[in-house]
Ligand binder design. Structure first.
Ligand code: SF4
Length: 707
């Protein structure tokens, strides 16, 4: 029997399940997450996958016993990797499955484990859209540590834009679960991944052979507080369903039907309803949806009022505007970019290498335009995962290209919308490559000259690299400020996401502002890393709200903790509550528990979203809606900067946003329990924080660097 989980996303990888694995029927109500398993060939990948299958109950009764009996007959001890070998053999005999995708269930997720034995093939599948991974397990041998190939696998994940990575440090049993060895590898891998803009969601000590750390913690790792591998699979965020993305309806045809002009196409993402405001991109022509048509006429039932991703529809608009095949109907609040230039990571298939100056045709959705290759960077041989060092892309190699389009095309960065962010390249009349859109630049970005030209060029330009100097960051912030000021908070967040490629971090301390921002991010799923700094001194109510918010929004809120050694030294130096003694002692505590963890949370980020509002304090009035932070090489956005407390309260009650019960007890601002109190009527909002200090000295250092 055939059990494709999502035939549209995996055209090349339908999976047949028969005797060997327990049949897997995906549950529509449960989230599906695709996890690629990468690692050096000898680091125990097969053992880990075999063990995970067993622990998740994915094997039919008796399978393990049969394999154990076969091993015993041959006089060999049983190895978990035999399981995958057995699956492979059955596949080779045409009996069972494609072992490159293995399905299992955790308590909360349906999981597809993607084994990537040949990463060149996997890279091609990912870039051309044949496969998708939402997350990755990166395997490291505890005895050997990160080897060159491990670093290359990290690079592979970076190339593919897989942002959720957990490092699994395997074979810990051979080192007696030595915590020092584990911490050395943890530090090495965290630093290596940070260099690629990745922060591991967890680094997990395991022995896949004994099962320790896979589904249960070993008594020998009592020093480890993080998740098991199975719990990590549960915690990975699944990709957003197409229906939950912004509306994208590429126009396939226009039909004239009696007096109606019907625009037909397939809804690739989002939803559309009668009365919705839309923009026809790339020309940005506004209109409203007058009707959604259906054939034959639906009488006696009424005509449909709405449609969702995956449906083919015909719509009419409330006014006569020019629309043709290739245009894209978009949500007015979140339109695609009208790209005149774009940067893409492409896989090149043609025998003739792609070179700068090459003339190609770029296709996105139903639209196409002649284009010229202006730049080529980072050409890579995917077999070696090593740079070609060349300014051409050879056949079957990967590289980043900048192209100039003769006509603008409506598109999104792939990180924002996997569908409309995918490009096909034609060369000499043949399909010659395909890839992911990384960044776009709009048609009017180069109209003016001088400083203004540079400022404006940033608006609508996604910056995949943030090797921008302080000037350039400042220019970008100045250009964004007036644009974002005119938008709603939700639109501000969406715009920042559109403008910046790469990681954006939202830091929450579960205050009122943070909960509103969490709500907005979760509503539009802008692919933003949500992080909290767990100082270890938070209110019990805050920990409870953290768990409630994760359940309510179905999002993981990643914790970053103080460094253990720093914390020990701090408490040894000034005692657990030493922050009351002097301002210096308080700042030392904030530095260890908050500021240093914040820097780790923001490592590799291009953008930072925070909940500052101008009216909170005199100090905050001097800050900005959007600001450059050159030291951190990022842009910071405070989307609620101009909101009042009344607006916050009205939003919370209108949208059923879960809030901290401390607010009802007079706490205006939520921080560490020993340093936060309720405020009296008439006191300023921040009066309850470090109330024993002078008003103007009350910031903890987290927000000190905005410029
Ligand atoms: Fe330490 Fe108080 Fe700062 Fe929290 S708010 S880190 S407890 S000084």
């Amino acid at each position: 029997m055939i059990a494709p989980l999502n035939a549209e996303r995996e055209p090349a990888m339908n999976v047949q399940l028969s005797g060997c694995l327990r049949p897997f029927a995906p549950d529509a109500a449960r989230a599906l997450v695709r996890v690629v398993v990468v690692g050096h060939v000898d680091h125990g990948k097969s053992t880990l996958i075999g063990r995970l299958l067993h622990e998740a109950g994915g094997l039919p009764e008796g399978k393990l016993a049969t394999l154990a009996a076969v091993s015993a007959r041959r006089g060999m001890p049983f190895e978990w990797s035999f399981l995958l070998d057995a699956l492979q053999t059955e596949r080779d005999q045409g009996i069972t499955i494609d072992t490159s995708q293995i399905r299992l269930r955790t308590p909360a997720r349906d999981v597809v484990l993607i084994d990537a034995p040949g990463h060149a093939e996997f890279l091609r599948n990912m870039i051309t859209g044949a496969a998708q991974a939402d997350a990755a397990l990166l395997l490291v041998d505890a005895a050997e540590g990160a080897r060159e190939q491990t670093r290359r696998h990290g690079y592979l994940l970076h190339l593919l834009g897989v942002r959720q990575v957990a490092v699994v440090v395997n074979k810990m049993d051979r080192l007696g679960f030595d915590p020092d060895r584990f911490r050395a590898i943890e530090a090495e891998m965290t630093a290596a991944l940070a260099g690629l803009g990745l922060t591991p969601a967890a680094v997990i000590p395991v022995s896949a052979r004994t099962g320790d750390g896979v589904a249960r913690h070993a008594s020998a790792t009592a020093w480890y507080r993080g998740p098991t591998v199975l719990a990590m699979l549960d915690a990975f965020s699944p990709a957003k369903a197409p229906a939950d993305l912004a509306l994208r309806l590429p126009v396939q045809a226009i039909y004239k039907f009696d007096h109606r002009r019907i625009i037909a196409g397939r809804l690739e993402s989002g939803r559309i309803g009668v009365g919705d405001e839309i923009l026809v991109m790339p020309a940005a022509k506004p209109a409203r949806v007058r009707s959604i048509e259906s054939w034959p006429a639906p009488a006696p039932s009424p005509a449909p009022r709405a449609a969702t991703a995956g449906q083919s529809v015909g719509i009419t608009l409330d006014r006569e505007i020019f629309v043709e095949r290739g245009h894209v109907i978009c949500a007015a609040a979140r339109p695609a970019a009208p790209a005149k230039r774009l940067r893409a990571r492409v896989f090149w298939l043609d025998r003739q290498p792609l070179a700068v100056g090459g003339e190609i045709v770029a296709r996105i959705g139903t639209a196409s335009s002649p284009a010229v290759v202006r730049t080529i960077e980072d050409a890579v041989d995917p077999g070696l995962l090593a740079s070609d060092g060349a300014d051409v892309i050879e056949q079957n190699h990967v590289g980043e290209i900048g192209i100039e389009l003769r006509q603008p095309l409506a598109t999104d960065a792939h990180a924002a919308d996997p569908n409309s962010g995918r490009i096909v390249l034609e060369f000499g009349g043949r399909i010659a490559g395909g890839g992911l859109v990384l960044a776009t630049e709009t048609a009017d970005a180069h109209a003016p000259s001088g400083r203004r030209a540079r400022d404006q060029a940033f608006v609508g330009t996604r910056t995949a690299r943030m090797d921008l100097d302080a000037d350039a960051l400042g220019a970008m912030a100045s250009a964004l400020a007036p644009v974002l000021a005119a938008l709603s908070p939700a639109q501000r967040i969406a715009s920042l996401r559109r403008e910046l490629a790469g990681k954006i971090v939202f830091t929450t301390s579960f205050g009122l502002e943070d909960q509103v921002i969490l709500h907005l991010i979760s509503q539009q799923d802008d692919n933003i890393d949500i992080v909290t700094l767990d100082t270890g001194r938070l209110f019990p109510e805050t920990y409870a709200l953290w768990a409630q918010a994760e359940r309510h929004y179905g999002r993981t809120i990643r914790a970053v903790y103080p460094r253990h050694d720093d914390l020990e030294a701090l408490v040894a130096r000034q005692g657990i509550d030493g922050f009351h003694r002097s301002r210096e002692a308080r700042i030392a505590c904030c530095n260890v528990r908050k500021v240093e963890p914040l820097e780790r949370a923001l490592a590799g980020a291009r953008g930072w979203i925070a909940g500052l509002r101008a009216e909170q304090s005199a100090h905050r009035r001097d800050m900005a809606l959007v600001a450059a932070e050159p030291d951190r090489a990022l842009i910071k956005l405070n989307p609620l900067f101009d909101w009042t407390r009344e607006q916050l309260l009205a939003f919370v009650s209108a949208n059923d946003v879960p809030v901290n019960p401390l607010h009802a007890r007079g706490f205006a601002s939520i921080g560490c329990a020993p340093c936060t109190r309720a405020i009296a009527p008439g006191e300023p909002e921040r009066a309850g924080r470090w109330w024993w200090e002078e008003e103007q000295k009350k910031e903890c250092g987290l927000h000190a660097r905005s410029s």
